[in-house]
Design a protein around this ligand. Structure first.
Ligand code: AR6
Length: 177
């Protein structure tokens, strides 16, 4: 089995034709602002209808639904931590979001998955620290054989993209753990 490709792009995640996009949701799973609002608007009301049946989700955990009107077939809703300075378990909760999302995608036999920069908007997680957690956790996940062949870090700003690209470049010649 070939190892998954990791790459960072700057784009609107709602436009990506991947097997699953990840939503930076809140624990109600009933929508909100930022990327969550954009995903619900693009997917249409059937997404909210399915989310209502899930009865919420704890921070650090994730749930999977259909993609409805999105080009992505599925949406994985991950609930990231609110940043309180880093001493309240934020890195572990954020890492768990990436791990659980990757695990759900693998269980569903998905081949491609795109993540937004979870928790770095309204939740206030510093992008540089969040990118470190995101990339390190995904690299550890793809070290195990699975269906996933491509992981996209979908950044909304050129600033975020530069941070992701710098960290990914560090690992170009280094094998995952
Ligand atoms: N495509 C890709 N990235 C996006 C898009 C988009 N269309 N829109 C925003 N981003 P945020 P959080 C980026 O605030 O911090 C919601 O109300 C954005 O620039 O969406 O995890 C939920 O319901 C930032 O880099 O999510 C929760 O209550 C990243 O997505 C809460 O916000 C995350 O920003 C979650 O907060």
């Amino acid at each position: 089995m070939t190892r998954a490709i990791l790459r960072a792009i700057q784009d609107d995640i709602t436009t990506l034709s991947v097997d699953a996009i990840v939503n930076a949701a809140n624990s109600t799973l009933l929508g909100g602002g930022g990327v969550d609002g954009a995903i619900h608007r693009a997917a249409g009301p059937d997404l909210l209808r399915e989310c209502r049946k899930l009865n919420g989700c704890e921070p650090g955990d994730a749930r999977i639904t259909g993609g409805y009107r999105l080009p992505a077939r599925r949406v994985i809703h991950a609930v990231g931590p609110v940043w309180h300075g880093g001493g309240k378990g934020e890195p572990a909760i954020l890492a768990s979001c990436y791990r659980k999302s990757m695990a759900l995608a693998a269980v569903e036999n998905l081949r491609s998955i795109a993540f937004p920069c979870i928790s770095t908007g309204v939740c206030g997680y510093p992008v540089e620290l969040a990118a470190q957690v995101a990339i390190d956790t995904v690299r550890a996940a793809i070290a195990k054989p699975s269906s996933i062949g491509e992981v996209v870090f979908c950044c909304f700003s050129p600033f975020d993209l530069a941070i992701y690209e710098a960290r990914l470049a560090r690992f170009k010649s280094v094998p995952p753990p």
